[in-house]
Design a protein around this ligand. Sequence first.
Ligand code: NAD
Ligand code: 6OD
Length: 490
Amino acid sequence: MAFSSETRHLRNYVGGCFVDGGRPFDVVDPATGKVHAIAYEANRPIVDAAVAAARRAVEGEWGRMTLARRRSMLVAVAEGIEKRFDDFLAAEIADTGKPHGLAHHLDIPRGAANFRVFADVIANLPAESFEMDTPDGGRALNYAVRRPLGVVGVISPWNLPLLLMTWKVAPALACGNAVVVKPSEETPSTTTLLGEVMSAVGMPDGVFNVIHGFGPDSAGEFLTSHPGVRAITFTGETRTGAAIMRAAAPTVKALSFELGGKNPAVVFADADLNAAVAGLSRAVFLNTGQVCLAPERIYVERSVFDAFVRGMKARAEALKPGLPEEAGVDFGPLISDEHRQKVLGYYRMAVEDGAQVVTGGGIPALSGEAAGGFFVEPTLWTGLAHDARVCREEVFGPCAAIIPFDSEEEAVRMANDTEYGLAASIWTTNLSRGHRVAAAMEVGICWVNSWFLRDLRTAFGGAKLSGVGREGGVHSVNFYSEPTNICIRL
Ligand code: NAD
Ligand code: 6OD
């Protein structure tokens, strides 16, 4: 499957082969609104076949492979992505409409990096052992060995499709599991391409399987309720996480969830204001605000409030929307018309709730092919009460409410006053304050004077409604494998 302008057919990948069957559905390019591919929704027999193939892989050659060989397979996958960099780039851009430069610098390199990092992590694990006295005066030695869970179901969202899917697949494979992956129905292309890479590098059949389709009463639910699947790792909306928990409960699967957020940023008067404006305008508008870590609430100390708002407005108005390959374009569409209606609904709601619109609030006037795309304007509000609906609910669009504060205590209280707890960022030149306020944030990740700066060995995940568990480095290994304690009487 080389990516060209003709409509592509994205089939399910089961047991090392692309298989026929399943109901066709359209995949739309959000930058133009045109169908660019047809994917095939996996029915129950296709999902059953994928799970059975994965089980055979775990029990077969893959399960018996040495660690050194397994690691070299992961590195080969990373190289395989890099070898087909342009195909991955074209596929990701066609599914998401995101600017070429963004996919080039973030999405595709991280897809490869995820495999390289976990090939290293798995080779450098600390081992624990405890020596003990026995009741009869002897000694015994306990140590733990790790075993894979077996078949792991991976369900991924549409905002950073390759990055977020491989962030789960790489550690699952590093630990010796086999996976059945259901990418978002909106963005199935790069996961399908990864199937081709798996075949090309000689990954044993069944280690990596792809099923396309939707959630309820479709491939997603067939996978999450499947008795042959031992664990589900999921990234997406909190509501979907709750549905998956219910589906997985009867077979008591292990669950790792990275869910929604309503992330705060706090800007103190002692911050480097230019750096704060540059950092937070990137954070609010990158990927058209469709990043789970993006701040949608920005608390700014009153004495620098007006200057901060002016700076953010200028940055927002300098963004150029348009087609991914157009020169100078740094702002893409939302993923779908449905999502655009949701975001525009929040834009209206903000005004109903008393917002002053600093900039944006509507749809940009675009011509040519982009006129059919699902664009909205980058939008900033002031004048909203801290408990307004757009300050409490995740919009997942390019927008933020900017709210003044008068004391550190007030800022911390407002930042934590949410049912979510994914990420926060603090902007200050006072080191003690940076540390103190970061430690007080009820979130999984807090950046000081930065945002989305990632070391893949660190714990990643959400507090409160933003997730269950942590992944990253050894935290991923702890989820994708389980220890067997061996106690030897000496
Ligand atoms: P979503 O929950 O609608 O869909 C995610 C995936 O779940 C898709 O593959 C979808 O088909 C599948 N799905 C939906 N219903 C299902 C069901 N009942 N059973 C099984 N599978 C089902 O999320 P989305 O709209 O694709 O992504 C946006 C959301 O993801 C936002 O809320 C965002 O905050 C969140 N997100 C979180 C993180 C994080 O790291 N915490 C990262 C990215 C996105
Ligand atoms: O960087 C990552 O590993 C990660 N999971 C990022 C999530 C971004 C959310 O949209």
